[in-house]
Design a protein around this ligand. Sequence first.
Ligand SMILES: [Zn+2]
Ligand SMILES: [Zn+2]
Length: 182
Amino acid sequence: VGSPYRVPVASILRDVPSLLEVDFRAPFDAEHEFPPRGPAETDVFSEAEVRVRLRLQSYRGGIRATGEVEAPWHGSCRRCSAPVLGVSRVRVDERFVEPPGVDEEDYLIEVDEVDLAPLVHDAVFLDLPLAPLCREACRGLCPTCGVDRNEETCDCPPARDVRWAMLDALVSEPDPINPDDA
Ligand SMILES: [Zn+2]
Ligand SMILES: [Zn+2]
């Protein structure tokens, strides 16, 4: 009862076109209605507070929702596995339509209300970084001995990264247009 995600819309549907603005902070998923992600994936804590600022504009047969959603996420650095925290700010432009809807991507108007929770969930998850970095210049872990190269150095011979090896091969080839310049 009283979830800020559930917005009564009878009045704006009765009086077309009209506008309803919502602006609230609430837990991302207080009711645990969305399945958790894998342990290694970037995710948003269920209890994390998200900010939802949307304009709901009615038209015949539907409501357009535009605005911004802000959510704090957590993940791990793709190079060194350190925890990484960030905030996603996502622009929203979606529609709620009267059941049964036109296609399965439509959000549906329920009896005189819309549930913004699935819209907020979808918008945030589409925007999460899949492979975040703890810092742009993260040096990662040594693939040979495992030390964190941000904090320690080791004497392991540098591992040959396949991508760098390919680049080296390109650079060392003679210029095919002007072979004499090489
Ligand atoms: Zn890192
Ligand atoms: Zn090493």
